[in-house]
Design a protein around this ligand. Structure first.
Ligand code: F6R
Length: 628
């Protein structure tokens, strides 16, 4: 999804902007651009493709010698801004309105070329505003919705860009994370937020603005999170923040917990592989301090202040997208079987538009790694509007979803950089298991059962390490199958969602067609596709549905379908039916998804590498889906 970086400070803006854009690359984009200002003229470059293309074009235009290579400190502009501050804005664009071309790439500017801005989000009434501005003689260059804001600013400009922006934003409908400057007022940069994340990083004699903290971390850990409706006026000597009613607000300065090494590859060829191998540790981090074994209880600090309300919950609706939705599906099975709470799971994109009937004893639980997924955020707001208790399981601290929910639990797994979600999924499952224990023990769950779940959770990291040790075997299996064009993934009960997640992992990074089915559904239609070139993954550990899985495997085998089974260590019988077997250690049935998903992550990874694909940044995808 689109990324924003902005800068005002004593250092050269350009290298900081480029570095920031590179740190946002993982979010997915198709073009990029920068604009820096010296109070006299604006230097702007845009490019289609990777940031490397943008750097190349900057070099071509750069009047200085030696050319810009990225990272090094150079002074691109001969003159510093008024008050000795340099200003710049930068953007990575993921096309929504208009093709990914240089013209449509941000920053955009007004007719005079003095007002520049970058924008994430969608201006819903842009066509209407554009028609009005065209009638008044404004000349538009791009097809974007964003450009309309630059022309509106020009149209209403009254020698104070801050006051003008306040007026403009009253006319605009939609979502925005916005950073803008006016070349005639080069001592300030403006930031505004509505439904799209923006963070202000407070460095020494400099302020860095970004849509994601990873672009800021290298410079400072002190940040201010803007809330919806707020506008910040950042000058070299201070920041003023106004709310939607134009009252100045005092904002808390937060300290970011993550550090740079957490965001780097640490010797792994890809972030995805690093993140898969981090899982023994991330599971520990997700559980740390969150249980009392002897009492068979879970304690989730983020839910403490709503402890009474939790006791009264009679129904839970889990809302999420993609991988987080698959985690929620496992959560539904856990909460119903062990906590006895009726639970539903729903796609956030559906929940937000239908008319869900929710009573006051229902809690809505949203799951989101990024905490910024537009559909999930909108669904959350829909639930809040109905006055029900809203809970979250979120990884990114201070993200919009984390702030909007009544209470919640953080994953504590550090940044997930690869577009394909891996460690967030297993962490979400771990926290859902802890939540099940917490809610179950308030209801009918016995001490013995509570203890049993926690003890099993405690040994999961060691079991995950054992699976990771079989990586070479998984790689060999992927070499055997990577040229196949279709895959089925099958599982029952707790492992039905794992089948869906396994298929999603394969299709998103290897572009191979893969579908996840509930094992029992195969014979109701999909089995018609099976032949010797259509292999099936079976997630069939020794659990309550093991025999049913074996029968389904026989049905596939009878149609010449190849079978790769994920089975429990010591299960020799499965080899009679499956062509290839990947073993996982035995665990409690409700926790097997945490183990069974890991070989599927590795399989998808190896297939994508064998196909020579961009594993961490698959085509057409974005890490954080901040548009509908
Ligand atoms: C798949 C994947 C996506 C996300 C989905 C929700 O690997 O990453 O399906 O799970 O876009 O994202 P979050 O969890 O950030 O709300």
């Amino acid at each position: 999804m689109c990324g924003i970086v902005g800068y005002i400070g004593e250092n050269d803006a350009l290298p900081i902007l480029i570095d920031g854009l590179k740190r946002l690359e993982y979010r997915g984009y198709d073009s990029s651009g920068i604009a820096v200002c010296d109070g006299d003229k604006v230097f702007s470059v845009k490019a289609v493709g990777k940031i490397a293309e943008l750097e190349k074009k900057i070099n071509e235009k750069n009047p200085l010698n030696p050319p810009f290579e990225g990272g090094q400190k150079i002074t691109l502009l001969p003159k510093e801004g008024e008050g000795g501050f340099n200003i710049g804005i930068a953007h990575t664009r993921w096309a929504t309105h208009g093709a990914p071309t240089e013209i449509n790439a941000h920053p955009h500017h007004d007719c005079t070329g003095k007002i520049w801005l970058v924008h994430n989000g969608i201006i819903e009434n842009y066509q209407q505003l554009k028609n009005h501005l065209l009638e008044k003689g404004h000349k538009f260059i791009s097809e974007t919705d964003t450009e309309v804001i630059a022309h509106l600013l020009e149209d209403l400009y009254d020698d104070n860009i801050t006051e003008t922006l306040k007026k403009v934003l009253k006319l605009v409908k939609g979502t925005y994370g916005l950073v803008a400057f006016h070349n005639d007022e080069p001592n300030k940069i403006l930031v505004a937020k509505e439904g799209s994340p923006l963070v202000i990083g407070l460095g020494e004699n400099e302020t860095i603005i970004a849509s994601d903290v990873s672009a800021i971390l290298r410079y400072t850990k002190q940040v201010i999170y803007l809330d919806d409706g707020e506008i910040a006026e950042i000058k070299g000597d201070g920041i003023k923040i106004y709310d939607a009613n134009d009252s100045e607000v005092d904002k808390k300065v937060n300290e970011i917990e993550w550090d740079m090494t957490q965001a780097e590859k640490q010797g792994y060829p890809h972030f995805m592989l690093k993140e898969i191998f981090e899982q023994p540790e991330t599971i520990i981090n997700s559980m740390r301090g969150r249980y009392i074994v002897e009492e068979g209880k879970a304690k989730l600090g983020g839910l403490d202040n709503i402890a009474d309300k939790i006791r009264d919950i009679e129904k839970i609706i889990i809302v999420a997208c993609g991988t987080a939705k698959h985690a929620g599906l496992v959560g539904e099975y856990m909460l119903e079987e062990y906590a006895g709470i009726p639970t539903e799971i729903e796609y956030a994109s559906e929940f937000r538009y239908r008319q869900p009937v929710i009573d006051k004893k229902t809690a809505v639980l949203v799951l989101s790694q990024s905490g910024e997924t537009a559909d999930t955020l909108a669904a959350l707001k829909e639930a809040k509007g109905k006055g029900v208790l809203t809970l979250g399981i979120v990884n990114v601290v201070g993200s919009s979803i984390a702030r909007e929910t009544d209470a919640g639990v953080y994953n504590h797994i550090g940044p997930e950089i690869a577009v394909a979600s891996t460690k967030a999924f297993t962490s979400q499952l771990t926290i859902l298991a802890l939540l099940t224990v917490l809610l179950g023990r308030q209801r009918n769950m016995s001490l013995v059962t509570g203890k049993r779940i926690i003890e099993e959770l405690q040994v999961l990291p060691e079991k995950i390490k054992k699976i990771l040790d079989t990586n070479e075997n998984i790689k060999k299996i992927s070499e055997k199958y990577f040229s196949m064009k279709n895959f089925a993934y099958l599982g029952r009960k707790y492992n039905n969602p794992v089948a869906q997640e396994g298929a999603l992992k394969l299709k998103e990074i290897s572009y191979i067609h893969a579908e996840g089915f509930a094992g029992g559904e195969m014979k109701h239609g999909p089995i018609a596709m099976i032949d010797e070139n259509f292999p099936s993954f079976f997630i069939s550990p020794r659990d309550s549905v093991y025999e049913k899985n074996i029968s389904n495997m026989q049905e596939i085998k009878a149609r010449n379908g190849k079978i790769i089974a994920i089975a429990t260590e010591g299960d020799e019988k499965i080899k009679e039916t499956a062509n290839d077997v990947i073993y996982i250690p035995k665990s409690l049935e409700m926790l097997t998804p945490i183990l069974a998903s890991i070989p599927l992550q590795l399989f998808a990874y190896h297939v994508a590498v064998l196909k020579g694909l961009d594993v961490d940044k698959p085509r057409n995808l974005a890490k954080s889906v901040t548009v509908e």
